[in-house]
Design a protein around this ligand. Sequence first.
Ligand SMILES: Nc1ncnc2c1ncn2[C@@H]1O[C@H](COP(=O)(O)OP(=O)(O)OP(=O)(O)O)[C@@H](O)[C@H]1O
Ligand SMILES: [Mg+2]
Length: 213
Amino acid sequence: MTVLVGVISQKGGVSKSTLARLIAREYAAAGWDVKIADLDISQGTSTDWKQRREVNNIQPQIAVEQFRTVAQALKHADVYDIVILDGAPHSTQSSLEIARASDLVVLPTGLSLDDLKPSVLLAHELVNAKIATDKIIFVLCRVGDRENEIEEARSYIRKAGYDTVAGSIPEKTAYRQASDNGRALSEVTFPTLKQRAEQVVQGIIDLLSEQEE
Ligand SMILES: Nc1ncnc2c1ncn2[C@@H]1O[C@H](COP(=O)(O)OP(=O)(O)OP(=O)(O)O)[C@@H](O)[C@H]1O
Ligand SMILES: [Mg+2]
């Protein structure tokens, strides 16, 4: 059975594609046959990232393909061990379709109320549409260096009824540069940043392997 992971948000630029690539990279490095389904047809940023990755000859190679619809992505999914559905912003309908198809739905969010509120509202919409709450996981992204701000955001999400993965992804130039060079967040050279990316993705991997048991 192909494992399906959806990465979605209502807002743009919250790190969906960044997380999709991180998850894809870790599974690819573990020898899984991985594909990122880039559903952001108007931007295709993960498709561009894959080209930068190829130009810079970064291993392991990661397959990325653009799909116009979730249904089309699913039609091509069964030859892979895992497919990461990299969602488009501002499309509740497509987000819902991704969530329905996915074994785990990853919701990246920033720490401000402007980010948290729409993220929680999207999760509520998923639950209203009968998506199981334990399939939904939040990831705190583009965080600053104030631990209390991070914990407040975590508790906001918990109070709304959802879990966050342990750890968080800080906003860092090194991550941006890595991405510009076709690398995933876990492929940065700074050990602390590499560790933070690995902690977050390990939380996602653990949830997926718990489901398989
Ligand atoms: N932790 C971070 N530190 C620095 N830059 C980041 C970080 N996370 C994301 N970025 C940068 O922010 C931009 C938006 O990130 P990304 O493309 O992952 O978001 P997205 O949610 O997929 O956006 P969209 O809604 O447009 O698809 C990218 O240029 C990315 O490199
Ligand atoms: Mg994107």
